[in-house]
Design a protein around this ligand. Sequence first.
Ligand code: SAM
Ligand code: DTB
Ligand code: SF4
Length: 350
Amino acid sequence: MSVSQTVRHDWTRDQILALFNLPFNDLLFQAQTIHRQFFNPNEVQVSTLCSIKTGACPEDCAYCPQSARYDTGLEREKLMAVEKVIEEARAAKASGATRFCMGAAWRSPKDKDLPYVTSMVQGVKGLGLETCMTLGMLSADQAQTLADAGLDYYNHNLDTSPEFYGEIITTRTYQDRLETLANVRAAGMKVCCGGIVGMGEEVNDRAGLLQQLANMPEHPESVPINMLVRVEGTPLADEQELDAFEFIRTIAVARILMPKSHVRLSAGREEMNEQTQALAFFAGANSIFYGAKLLTTPNPEADKDRQLFTKLGIQPEAYEVEHSDEAEAHALLDRVQAAQQDKVFYNAAG
Ligand code: SAM
Ligand code: DTB
Ligand code: SF4
């Protein structure tokens, strides 16, 4: 197979499995070659997560510490006040994040919640940050309300292959997820959609997840690949750890299948050494969650990530340029200038 290829939406499972089965060096070479056709290989996008509503979720996702069905010792919290969310976003921006992702442990938002979350979107955008939310399933109307408020990205994961899905979640179907994703697209928002590996699935399931993502009419702009964070009290707490090379292969295949998407080295970095993370960047990962906490579990300290970027000569990616409206253009300039002044991150070029 040529390493130079156009963006495709017709991948067969066998073709994807053939990529997974390549010798490791051949796979990584192919992924890195494709990565360089579309991205600066030394830039990584940085997003910060914030849990705006924590715990007591009615769903039964077997990996999730926030499900009310499992005793994980997590304190349930009410929806965070809008001002508090904006304060957190301001801190995230000051430490170098360009996107702020707000997550809620909901099956889907209630219509009475929407005015609060739309105010959060407006407030966070007002700081000049990109906005992302993950609030569970959305109706077409709810998606439109969020899009009208200016929400840039909506995160809703397929999590795994259609075949393995039933082993992990029984309270919502794969089809429910696809419908939410279609509603998000139809409302004009960018899609952030990926999954989790290390849940006891087979390579065929990892291929199946990527096949679903790659064969969507439009690829998700952002593809988070999460390594399962095994949380005490969840049904997957004692799951066997996935071999790091299998994780890297998953990133590489995602990069080859979705050459223009940002592939996020997502949950699980706290348990990964720097070498594994460096290999993930080489395989084509070009986004991370940045800041000491994911939603409820630890993530590497910001300082540690800055040191890793320095060691690897990686720069944080600036805000995406395609936002052409004037206010956003000003916000972009502000951020670039602020970044230059603050030198929050090491400047590998300087
Ligand atoms: N409740 C909403 C939903 O499920 O759509 C949004 C929040 S939910 C926590 C967002 C995503 O986090 C899940 O789809 C899953 O992919 C990921 N996630 C949750 N727990 C995880 C864990 N223990 N390890 C890795 N990823 C996890
Ligand atoms: C995604 O794919 N991963 C993030 C984000 N989207 C919302 C969440 C990871 C959660 C890890 C477990 C926790 O911290 O609760
Ligand atoms: Fe609830 Fe989302 Fe966790 Fe599933 S992943 S239990 S829907 S918070």
